[in-house]
Design a protein around this ligand. Sequence first.
Ligand SMILES: CC(C)(COP(=O)(O)OP(=O)(O)OC[C@H]1O[C@@H](n2cnc3c(N)ncnc32)[C@H](O)[C@@H]1OP(=O)(O)O)[C@@H](O)C(=O)NCCC(=O)NCCS
Length: 179
Amino acid sequence: MENRKKTVAESRAEHSRIIMRGDTNGTGRLFGGRLVEWIDMVAGVVARRHSNCNVTTASIDELAFISSAHADDTILLIGQIAYVGRTSMEVRVDTFVERLDGEKHRVNIAYLTMVALDWADRPTEVPRLILTTDGERAEFKNGCERAAQRKLRRGQEKKRENADEGSKQDSGVHTIGEC
Ligand SMILES: CC(C)(COP(=O)(O)OP(=O)(O)OC[C@H]1O[C@@H](n2cnc3c(N)ncnc32)[C@H](O)[C@@H]1OP(=O)(O)O)[C@@H](O)C(=O)NCCC(=O)NCCS
């Protein structure tokens, strides 16, 4: 049983950068995939700080892009632990675009599940989380629910994988897909 405890503040990470032409598509908008790379990196830093271990990304939730970001904009990513399980940590990363006039617009809120790995690359226990504000307590409670939902989805995915194995051959009956 892991006895260490850490606050949310101890592992918080911020990253800012100016968007370069190479980060954008032909119309000058930031590539979504590039932003996901930065979000994943920030979550990795937060999870490493919390666990003092190597970590891997198990899942990324919610990738809706709320406002666009363009070449020469400043992009700001803020990551912090929302919830911890036994070996997993849910990291929330908020992304904002900061225009030249200083105005900030939200681009994305992402929740990533990062798993701490031991020297043999096996999941290993992480420190408990000390919650110091009502906001952190609410985030943790919601994190518990999100983790339970993910577990449920994994069970369903497993069932689908097994079903896919048995459904690769043409059954001879052809129907039109309709909802
Ligand atoms: C993530 C990974 C280490 C989990 O390994 P595993 O053998 O399934 O381990 P467990 O079943 O013991 O799960 C370990 C923890 O991960 C969580 N987890 C596993 N799969 C998950 C998923 N798809 N989404 C969210 N959490 C997940 C479990 O809930 C558990 O958390 P807990 O200990 O806090 O309860 C393994 O699936 C893996 O290596 N995946 C590839 C990750 C990777 O390479 N990412 C980079 C991009 S490809």
